[in-house]
Structure formats: C-alpha cells, structure tokens
Design a protein around this ligand. Sequence first.
Ligand code: DHB
Length: 388
Amino acid sequence: MLRREILTIAALSLLPVVAFAQDTVKIGLILPMTGQQASTGKQIDAAVKLYQAQHGTTVAGKKVEVILKDDTSVPDVTKRLAQELVVNDKVAVLAGFGITPSAMATAPIATQAKVPEVVMAAGTSSITEASPFVVRTSFTLAQSAVPMAEWAVKNGIKRVVTMVSDYGPGIDAEKSFSDRFKAEGGTIIENLRVPMRAPDFAPVLQKAADTKADALFVFVPSGAGAQFVKQFVERGLDKGGMKLIATGDVTDDDQLAGMGDAVVGVINAHNYSANHDSALNKSYVEAFRKANGGLRPNFMSVGGYDGMHLIYEALKKTGGDASGDKLMAAMKGLAWESPRGPISIDPDTRDIVQNIYIRKVEKKDGELYNVEFATIPNVKDPVKAAKK
Ligand code: DHB
C-alpha cells in the first residue's frame, strides 16, 4: 500500500472518535471520595449528579460527560489524575478539589493545558492567583472570618483566642479574623493552630481555656467539626463561659444534626445554610435529600451545584465551544441565583462574590440548624480587595 493510502485509512478510522470527541464535553471531576475529606467528595458528587438530573446532560448541542476520580485528598494524586484527565481523556474542564493543596497542585496543569479549573470546595484566597484558568464557586475563608470579627466587636467581645487548622485556609481565617478584630479595637490573646491531618484538639483547647478569653474563634475544614465539638464538650468548655464563634465550616450541615445541644447558640458566619429561606433553596434541599437517602446538603454541595451551573452557562454563551480561553471569557461576570442566594464571578479575579450570613445554631422541629439572622450582601474576597 502507498503511504498516502495508509494515512488515509488511519485518518478515516479515527473519524468516528474525533466526531465523538467534538460532540462531547468532558469534565474531569477530582474529589476526595475516601479518606479524611470524604464528606466533601460525597456532597459535591451528589450535587453534580443532581444538577445533571435536573438540567439534562446536553447543553448547546454538546453531551456533557462527567468523569469522577478519587484523589483521597492527597495533592500528588490530584496532580497525577489531572494530568491523566487532560492527556488521555482530553477533558475540557477540570473541577472539584476538596482541599487547597489539591487545587494548588493542579493550577500549573490548568495553565499549561489552557483548561479551566473550577474550584468547587477549596477556600484559600490565593488559589485564584495560581493560574489565569482558575475560577472558584466555593468561598474564601476571609469572606466569613471578617464579618465574624465585625460581629464579635459589635457584640461586646473584647478578648479572643483563635484556633485554626494549620494550612492555607486556616492561616487565612486566623489572619483575616485577627487583623479586622484588632483594627476594630479588640485584643487577640493568642493564635493557636492544630495539624490539618488527624487533629487532636485537646492540648490546644486546654491552652485556649487557660487564656480566659471572652471567645474562642475556630476554623476547621469540613468533616472535622464534629470531632472538634466532641473534645470541646469533653473538656467542659461549653460550660466555662468562653463563647464559641466560628466560620460555618465548623457547624457544617453535613455533621450538625449529630453535634448535640452543646452547639445550640453558637454564632458563626458562612455562605450557605440548608435552612436558607428561599424557594430555590427549599426545592434544592428537598431534591438533594430525596436523591441521597435523606442526606442534608452542606456548603460544599452548593460549590459543586453552582460549579456545574457555571460550566453549563458558559457553554451556552460560547455556543458549545469548549476551548479553554473561550470558556474562561464566558465565565467571567456570570451572575445567577444559587440555593445560597445571589452569586456572581468577579470578572477581575475569577473569584466568587456572594452574601455572607451571620447565623445562630438553633433547634427547629427537633433538628439543629444554622439559622441566618443577618446578611452582608455581595462580599468579595477581602484578601484580594485589600491588595488593590
Ligand atoms: C478547605 C477545605 C475545607 O473542608 C473547608 O471547609 C474550607 C477550606 C480548603 O482546604 O481550602
């Protein structure tokens, strides 16, 4: 056979594959489905499935296929999976990322391959600066910590000790809370940190108790709140007169119902409560519970649900063109109503703009909920806002 003929046959045999590839937009969804952060993976996976069940799997004439991979929340694994998804599966979008180190490890791949990286969970401010292809639908810790500090000052709390997980989001929470609290005249007695992996809170809780502060401000990642509260109660701190204030990661809807009455009255700040009072959220919670054996959706779930919405709406805007540059341009500035309230993507930073709610844990119909009682509208990431 002539060389040209061989090439033609080879090219023809590839045709159906190429046609299929062009008609399908693949999303590589990398989540911690096992290990310490498994609740984040479970919540986001469920939300992504719900979004597709409600909105279909075809958008702008393209079939949207989600390929789910478990990174066990080990960043080296995240990076390898991201590489494989780009090179072998030719995904148009990378999404998920349960923790900051996983999102950070993927950023160079997003840049090199020009593939959008939709961060649905991680919350360290600087993630969006790690690549021009990063866009975030979760939250930043400063978004919650700054309003929490402002509430504390206004409500007579003068001396605070902080306790955070010792990595990106914890350090952001500690710094943004402490800076704002001090700027408003408050005193930070001590900044305590606990390891992110397999934390034992007992030693730091003892130190916190010894400070006799008015309040303890806490951040731990989703999934660690119940263990923290258990040790808080074991040491009698719930009865010691030191108030517990927190980012809403601690009173996480995924675990809140099992935390017990010790958390009733805890004030915290966050972007989403399953108790959020809107028609859209009520139907979201109902559909989510129905599809997942009664599971209550948490703040991670809306990061996944809205991440899918962002991808679908961007594809509609590009007429189904899934090239990275076009998708990124289409994502910038998109605004919509989420189950958490109104949200948008800041066109300058690619970070999320959203309401932050001050909440109090209350028992409603026999179940614990974060009940929103004040709203700070359209909060941009305060860390990036301060740099401008
Ligand atoms: C991160 C993870 C969490 O589970 C959370 O609640 C907040 C931040 C993170 O790793 O960025």
